[in-house]
Design a protein around this ligand. Structure first.
Ligand code: NAD
Length: 418
């Protein structure tokens, strides 16, 4: 069992939980119940490779808490996936769903694999086998997976199809982030990046900042980062640098994000993009800018590089991009941090809309979806900020207090039986 490599993230998440529980004066008996993942399944996923051999990959599904509704969380394919990371991300999903007040618990899943080393047929075999192995645990009333790093609508179609084969009828509500043709939702693909930008707009309004005078830097140019960059550019904000796993590109004049996206669609990576300077990911995080959006992996800003960050606002597109030490250093520097469980919650909100549409078998237009997302993100932003101002705590502490407080209330009124 791959336990241990990602203890750091789990430690961050649990220490954040304990701090928020202290601030909430959480009842000790409720605290015990919220301190442990509810259910974990560890699976082996043997697959047929193209060369005729069989290789097995370890996978996980963790349901952290289901007091508020079915568990909800993405499936990650990455070589660094392990059980501790999956538990940590499932806990974050629990608090996140509660922050935006949607009727879900929290879950996460993943397979420890480098998908870049597999062919598309092998990835499909792996996705279907993983789905088969976790199938007793998932379902529209139980646990609804979604995409995460290195998984997309294509993978969700395979999850939906495999689960439906097991059941003998189509079950679109088992997974979100699907292609629209099989019950996916309008607006889902852009929802996380859109939510990131909604929270920046809300912060700018509150702080009296004119976004058209601002510069921004985005780490990670995948689903979240590329959409956030594109929509933020539409506010007039100048995006001066973006990056992916191979490094970044920088232009003091501002990048044409539509052009950059077209380049990536053709070349897969940013490397070689004409008309911009190449920079490393380390240099990118230290650039002189107003807004920094880490939208790649966790643990990117640490005690080693936090002091180099010059942005006055950090908006966490990724889950857990700041370590605890970095968070403290940046709060001491009075950087305005919009934490992951608020900033990147747009994806799970529209996943919720997708699930509701699947269950009703009645689908909404994109405008209706984006408008509903706007209302939820605005309410969540102001609920978090009200707590932060009233209790004199950081935005992260406030978001955790809001989320954990709501989960705790459900646990309290439901009671403990047997
Ligand atoms: P993705 O796979 O679409 O994109 C990830 C991007 O990060 C890619 O551009 C990749 O090249 C880049 N990257 C990887 N390693 C990097 C590194 N070391 N330095 C710089 N860039 C690096 O993934 P995504 O769906 O955009 O998710 C990104 C983050 O956002 C993850 O932390 C994920 O958990 C979080 N998130 C995603 C969603 C969603 O709806 N997709 C929702 C909430 C949170």
């Amino acid at each position: 069992m791959a336990r241990g490599k990602k203890r750091d993230l789990l430690q961050v998440v649990m220490s954040d939980f304990n701090e928020a529980a202290d601030l909430l004066h959480l009842d000790a008996n409720i605290r015990v119940r919220l301190s442990h993942p509810r259910r974990i399944i560890i699976v082996s996923c043997p697959i047929n490779k193209d060369d005729g051999t069989v290789e097995s990959f370890e996978g996980y599904r963790v349901q952290y808490n289901i007091a508020r509704g079915p568990a909800k969380g993405g499936i990650r394919f990455h070589p660094e996936v392990d059980l501790d990371e999956t538990i940590a991300l499932a806990a974050l999903m629990t608090w996140k769903c509660a922050v935006v007040n949607i009727p879900y618990g929290g879950a996460k899943g993943g397979v420890q694999v480098d998908p870049h080393k597999l062919s598309m047929t092998e990835i499909e075999n792996l996705t279907r086998r993983y789905t088969w192995e976790i199938s007793p645990m998932i379902g529209p009333e139980k646990d609804i997976p979604a995409p995460d790093m290195n998984t997309s609508a294509k993978h969700m179609a395979w999850v939906m199809d495999t689960y439906s084969i097991i059941k003998g009828y189509s079950v679109p509500g088992v997974v979100t982030g699907k292609p629209i043709s099989i019950g996916g939702s309008e607006g889902r693909q852009e929802a996380t990046g859109r939510g990131v930008v909604f929270s920046i707009i809300d912060a700018a309004q509150e702080l009296g900042i004119d976004l058209s005078t601002q510069t921004a830097v985005v780490q990670g140019f995948g689903n979240v980062g590329s959409v956030a960059a594109k929509l933020l550019a539409k506010t007039g904000c100048k995006i001066i640098a973006v990056s992916d796993e191979n490094g970044g590109i920088y232009s003091s004049k501002g990048l044409d994000i539509e052009n950059v996206s077209a380049y990536v669609a053709e070349h897969e990576y940013l490397k070689g993009y004409p008309g911009a300077d190449e920079i490393s990911n380390a240099e990118l995080l230290a650039l002189d800018c107003d807004i920094l959006i880490p939208a790649a992996l966790g643990g990117q800003i640490t005690k080693e590089n936090a002091a180099d960050v010059k942005a006055s606002m950090i908006v966490e597109g990724a889950n857990g991009p700041l370590t605890n030490e970095a968070d403290k250093i940046l709060n001491d520097k009075k950087v305005f941090i919009i934490p992951d469980i608020l900033a990147n919650a747009g994806g799970v909100v529209v996943s919720y809309f997708e699930w509701v549409q699947d269950i009703q078998a009645f689908f909404w237009h994109e405008k209706e979806i984006n408008d509903k997302l706007r209302v939820i993100m605005r309410n969540a932003y102001h609920s978090v900020r009200n707590i932060a101002l009233e209790k004199k705590v950081t935005n992260r502490q406030a978001a955790l207090m809001l989320g954990i407080g709501r989960v705790a209330e459900c646990a309290r009124v439901r009671g403990l039986r047997p």
